[in-house]
Write a protein that binds this ligand. Structure first.
Ligand SMILES: Nc1ncnc2c1ncn2[C@@H]1O[C@H](COP(=O)(O)OP(=O)(O)OP(=O)(O)O)[C@@H](O)[C@H]1O
Length: 285
């Protein structure tokens, strides 16, 4: 009997161990991770748990020394770096370190020149992508005329301009004020709605992790848990052991439990909590 082969995930990380050359111990140990096409995975974990190292290995910014990684079926190695960089767009933490051009248009053109695109293709793609991130009015602006959130939206346009299948966000909103953070998250949510795009977002922000399809928790170079955001983030034992903030609903549950009010475990979202509280309130009137 013919057995049908399982379709390949977009990203397959298999048995990856990595030690920086000067380090005394590995930063990643036997890491396995898959990301499906179109899936949004939030990578969480304490400082130094290995999240950025894993992202850099997936993008080929660090050389793999043990294990394998494929993106879109292409092995991440020196030979395939160009092809890998067309599959992945990456946005980093610091808005100022990412801006290399004298103007917004120059900045995007600089990134595209590395991919040897024709001038007329570039001139079509740049305004198209600036419009998608809501920055079309700023095409001739200089970096110092932009807010942090606006710079990160330009970085997003730069990461997306070659229509990659995977967007990696390495704490892309952590240096922004609440308005900038909101702007960038709204842009990412909109991109996800309109593009066939998988996302790997590294974050310490519980509200950002809640937007993902799945949360992967790392600790000391290992993946220690993976599952639905509300389940992983709402687990009080995991939150205490691995020191992360719980979502507002989980915090409210814990506070109510201290007053002997037990909220059913299946209630995880704000909407479910509101409905449940309203019912309790009405039944007592
Ligand atoms: N260039 C380097 N050389 C040596 N060790 C490094 C280097 N970069 C990171 N490390 C070490 O690797 C481990 C994992 O670091 P990494 O930056 O991947 O963690 P992280 O989870 O992204 O942390 P954070 O949330 O603080 O960004 C840490 O112990 C760190 O000190």
């Amino acid at each position: 009997m013919l057995r049908r082969k399982k379709p390949m995930a977009l990203v397959e990380v298999k048995d990856v161990t990595y030690q920086y050359p000067e380090a005394v111990k590995p930063s990643l140990e036997q890491v396995n991770l898959t990301i499906e096409p179109g899936e949004w995975v939030a990578l969480i974990g304490q400082n130094g748990s290995g999240k950025s190292t894993l992202a850099r290995l997936i993008d080929g910014l660090l050389p793999l020394t043990s294990g394998t990684i494929t993106v879109g079926g292409i092995p991440v190695d020196e030979q395939h770096l160009n092809a890998i960089h067309q599959q992945i767009g990456m946005v980093f933490q610091n808005p100022d370190n990412q801006f290399v051009g004298a103007t917004v248009a120059d900045d995007l053109a600089f990134g595209l020149e590395n991919h040897l695109l024709d001038r007329d293709v570039m001139q079509r793609l740049i305004p198209q992508w600036l419009k998608k991130v809501g920055m079309q009015k700023f095409v001739a602006s200089q970096p110092e005329q932009l807010s942090g959130g606006q710079k990160q939206r330009v970085a997003l346009a730069g990461a997306m301009v070659l229509s990659p299948q995977l967007l990696i966000l390495d704490e892309a909103t952590s240096m922004l004020d609440p308005v900038g953070r909101q702007e960038v998250m709204a842009t990412i949510t909109e991109l996800r709605r309109t593009q066939a795009l998988a996302i790997l977002s590294i974050t310490h922000d519980v509200n950002e992790a809640l937007l993902a399809d799945r949360v992967v928790l790392m600790d000391q170079g290992k993946v220690v848990a993976s599952g639905q955001p509300q389940v992983i983030l709402g687990d009080p034992a995991l939150a205490t052991q691995y020191q992360f903030d719980q979502p507002p609903v989980a915090q409210l549950k814990a506070a109510l439990a201290m007053h002997q009010i037990q909220v059913p475990t299946q209630i995880t979202t704000q909407g479910e909590m509101q409905t449940w509280l309203r019912r309790q309130f009405n039944s007592k009137r």
